[in-house]
Design a protein. Structure first.
Length: 587
């Protein structure tokens, strides 16, 4: 055949596109190798400038700044008036395309703040041109606009945002000063988690408590509850309490990595609490906490507000806020830990972090589900928590959104609360928290996430609440013992160890306090040591609760159980103002 055989399966090579015409100086980003003026430019961001040679002629200068990096959109808050930023998309050292939503205010500071994040995420940057990378970002003005949120959790009733994903309806994107994902992560499958963890919940109240706590954080916003609080699992080492906390962590992330330690700084714990908004903060080993500020951390985490701090420019930073459920574990109580620093727990701290005994029939477990011992059961739970994780929490939220029935949650909570003993004051707050956990368990069971019979979660949370009451010594009988002890102390020592507040009063020995005569009758102003002696078999917070139960504290300063009294010598001690007429029933 003339001309030889026909050649088939030949594809003409398409030359690389030339760079678009340049108007120097300018920045350009190239995703692939690109020819320009007869030379090949490597992928990345380039600065195309010029300089004059010795003859005074302009010659082009092309400088490679970093790997491929594009500013894809301007981000801004839902109100469109604050929190502007930039949506950055770049290729890292492993050839993976990553995104980071950079707050715009970072461009006002040192360029190192921006570079630190980009380098940490794997963007290759020319060391001698680092400042120009930030200059490039600042000069870009994309037309696309994207809604940004600066807090995780709920945004309205149809969107729940984590650093990992959006759940529900909406295109908002999470914007933060770092690429910290708060340890939200996924692996394995929801089915694997159900088989390895959820299947072992029936008959195990402690495991139900921890899983319910992990889910309950997502209920605080729908229930219009603006503060959190939580539970501290107390028991000897190696009984399974840490395993139970790991299982709770697996609801949102890796069973080990989603947990944090109590030995973190107060500022660090605030930061992670903010990242865990509307979910859970799990802290292991209370014994490692700094006793000087652990009480303040409990207040701060539960109340959901951080301390006011200054930025590098000395301007006040935006105060962090969050709603989070707290889950703690350790071999020591908060009261004992604070005592190591010479501090006493206040009743408010005790109800924000409720101590629950994790000592059950087999370590932390009651039902072994066919396993020979508690250690074997714990091993299965621990293994599952690091192989199948991060699915249950998002699925719980997704089903809540799909139900579209937030309004009925409050009524459901009120129904569950009727199963709890009728209590008042701080005990009522604790009962409500257990009830919220019960609600989370009942909802998750109804969704098919947990294999619990109807009201099993509620029944077990009521049992744990009653156990807390018993451990705490709550109840009329113990109140009576405390009140009688104080009344008897006044009867025995009212004339000998309580000094009159009058100017000409004779000083008494071993003073337990002061005596003041009012129109309504005498008041006994106990010193702290005096009140502890009067009710020596009980801790002071328990004594105060008993006095409050009958209204026996006649005067107190705002936020305190004591009030000051100016004495003839000019001193103003803090004292417990006790009305003896309230201590014993008449007749």
């Amino acid at each position: 055949m003339a001309g030889g055989p026909a050649v088939i399966n030949v594809i003409e090579l398409i030359p690389d596109p030339e760079a678009a015409p340049l108007k120097r100086p300018c920045f350009r980003a190239y995703d692939h190798a690109t020819p320009l003026d007869g030379k090949q430019l490597m992928p990345g961001v380039w600065h195309h400038g010029s300089k004059r040679d010795r003859d005074g002629n302009l010659t082009p200068v092309d400088e490679w700044l970093c790997g491929p990096l594009r500013v894809e959109a301007v981000t801004r808050s839902e109100s469109k008036g604050t929190d502007y930023g930039r949506l950055l998309r770049f290729r890292n050292l492993d050839d993976r395309w990553l995104t980071w939503v950079m707050p715009g205010e970072m461009l006002a500071g040192q360029y190192a703040d921006v570079l630190r994040v980009l380098l940490g995420m794997g963007l290759k940057i020319a060391h001698q041109h680092q400042a120009r990378v930030v200059e490039y970002i600042a000069e870009q003005n994309p037309k696309r606009r994207v809604t940004a949120v600066t807090a995780t959790g709920w945004h309205g009733s149809r969107l729940f945002v984590t650093p990992l994903e959006n759940i529900g309806d909406g295109e908002a994107i999470y914007q933060a000063e770092s690429n910290d994902d708060g340890d939200y992560a996924k692996a394995g499958s929801l089915e694997g988690w159900r088989d390895g963890i959820a299947a072992l919940l029936p008959g195990n109240p402690i495991l139900q408590l921890t899983i319910g706590t992990a889910l309950a954080g997502a209920l605080l916003h729908p229930l219009d509850i603006h503060t959190g609080g939580g539970f501290h699992l107390l028991s000897d080492s190696s009984n399974g309490k840490t395993t139970a906390v790991q299982c709770a962590a697996s609801v949102w992330g890796h069973g080990v990595h989603f947990n944090r330690k109590w030995n973190a700084t107060a500022n660090g714990l605030e930061g992670i609490a903010a990242l865990r908004n509307d979910s859970m903060l799990a802290l292991d080993e209370l014994g490692q906490a700094d006793p000087s500020y652990v009480g303040d951390v409990v207040y701060g985490v539960a109340d959901g507000i951080g301390k006011q701090r200054a930025s590098r420019s000395t301007n006040a930073r935006k105060v962090r806020r969050w709603r989070v459920m707290l889950l703690s574990s350790g071999e020591i109580t908060l009261e004992k830990k604070m005592a190591d620093a010479g501090k006493r727990t206040r009743a408010g701290q005790e109800v924000r972090l409720v101590t629950v005994s994790a000592g059950r029939s087999f370590g932390a477990w009651d039902h072994l589900h066919g396993h020979p011992n508690g250690v074997s059961l714990s091993d299965v739970l621990k293994h599952t928590s690091v192989t199948h994780y991060g699915h249950a929490g998002p699925e719980f939220v997704r089903m809540l959104i799909e139900s579209g029935d937030f309004e009925s949650l409050q009524a459901m909570l009120e129904t569950i609360k009727k199963h709890f003993p009728e209590v008042t004051g701080q005990s009522a707050r604790v009962a409500e928290r257990f009830a919220i956990i019960a609600l989370a368990l009942e909802l998750a069971a109804g969704m098919g996430l947990l294999p619990l019979e109807k009201l099993e979660g509620t029944t077990n949370m009521v049992e744990l609440f009653k156990g807390w009451q018993t451990e705490r010594g709550d109840g009329p009988s113990e109140d009576g013992k405390i009140l009688r002890a104080i009344a008897n102390f006044i009867d025995r020592h009212g004339g000998s160890r309580f000094q009159s507040v009058k100017d000409d009063a004779i000083e008494v020995r071993e003073r337990a306090g002061y005596r003041e005569i009012t129109e309504a009758g005498p008041l006994y102003l106990f010193t702290r040591i005096g009140l502890e002696e009067a009710a020596k078999d009980f801790e002071l917070p328990r004594v105060v609760r008993a006095l409050d139960s009958v209204g026996a504290i006649a005067k107190r300063a705002a936020g305190k159980n004591q009030a000051k009294r100016r004495m003839p010598d000019g001193s103003t001690p803090w004292l417990y103002w006790i009305d003896p007429s309230r201590l014993e029933p008449e007749g």
